[in-house]
Design a protein around this ligand. Structure first.
Ligand code: NAP
Length: 259
């Protein structure tokens, strides 16, 4: 992959860990964060074994000051991936107040805590031969396109960051900074492990990481996969909201988790 200096949040597990390993190689510097330092160190060890220089740091994306200090102190950054996120559903009941707030804090504010200092850092670093100063990828979801009644905060949080990244790209690209909204379908990670319903197109994190990085390298503003589920999400999202809620309430709900 053509990225030598990469920063990734939520790199201790799942998609974030797979992205780190996929980026790793000789000559590559990785700045990795998550809260669980032991699991993060395990990712770092795999990346070092592939020849990368790795700087892991235990950090919560909700810590705005800590994130700003980390991102701005990382030096050259070719690619920043705001990946850390949590998910929860209603189960057979309601979305709790605590879950709704925790999801927005991590999935929206945490993404801004990553992307805003990254934009500032990239604006201050020199452009490459193509005039590009850096790329920022926000991990949204196909859930961004459907206001799913069994995961209200999760869908809304993903919609917020997908729309923010796509819109902000229009002005940032004028000064050589690109943003990318990554919209995956189901990936086999801790977030989906508790789903006890069929997950069409379920993919391994390594496959999702490769699709994500290939889309970013190709310069695509929206990187969505798998195609058939993206089409289904757009169609479902386009239904009148009352119809959509009645339809989606027929499906099993994602379980509530300790958010
Ligand atoms: N799995 C899917 O089907 C799927 C589909 C579409 C999009 N996504 C998105 O992909 C991203 C990665 O999710 P995943 O499926 O790989 O889940 P995961 O295996 O649970 O990984 C989540 C990562 O985020 C980190 N994290 C969570 N809260 C954090 C916080 N407050 N501060 C710092 N790091 C935090 C976790 O590390 P610590 O616990 O160590 O902090 C972990 O490394 C999320 O944004 C998710 O919404 C997932």
């Amino acid at each position: 992959m053509p990225f030598d200096h990469v920063l990734i949040t939520g790199a201790s597990a799942g998609l974030g860990a797979a992205l780190a390993v996929e980026c790793a190689g000789p000559g590559v510097t990785l700045h990795l964060s998550a809260r669980d330092s032991a699991r993060l160190e395990a990712t770092a060890a795999v990346c070092r074994a592939k020849g990368a220089r790795v700087h892991p740091v235990s950090l919560d994306v909700r810590d705005a000051a800590g994130m700003a200090a980390w991102v701005s102190g990382a030096g050259q950054l070719d690619l920043v991936i705001a990946n850390a996120g949590i998910g929860s559903g209603t189960g057979d009941a309601f979305e709790s107040d605590a879950a709704a707030r925790a999801i927005f804090d991590t999935n929206v504010t945490g993404v801004l805590n990553t992307a805003l200092p990254a934009i500032a850092a990239m604006a201050a670093q020199g452009p490459d031969a193509d005039g590009l100063r850096g790329r920022i990828a926000v991990i949204a979801s196909l859930a961004a396109f459907v206001a799913g009644p069994t995961a209200p905060a999760y869908c809304a949080s993903k919609s917020a960051v997908q729309r923010w990244a796509e819109a902000r790209d229009a002005t940032e690209r004028k000064r050589g900074i690109r943003l990318h909204a990554i919209c995956p379908g189901f990936i086999r990670t801790a977030i989906t492990a508790r789903n006890d319903f069929p997950m069409p197109g379920l993919m391994e994190p390594e496959v999702a990481a490769r699709l994500t990085l290939a889309g970013i390298a190709a310069g695509r503003l929206r990187v969505s996969y798998p195609r058939h589920l993206y089409a289904m999400s757009r169609l479902t999202g386009a239904l009148p909201p009352g119809w959509r809620n009645r339809l989606l309430m027929r499906f099993p709900a994602k379980k509530a988790e300790d958010a």
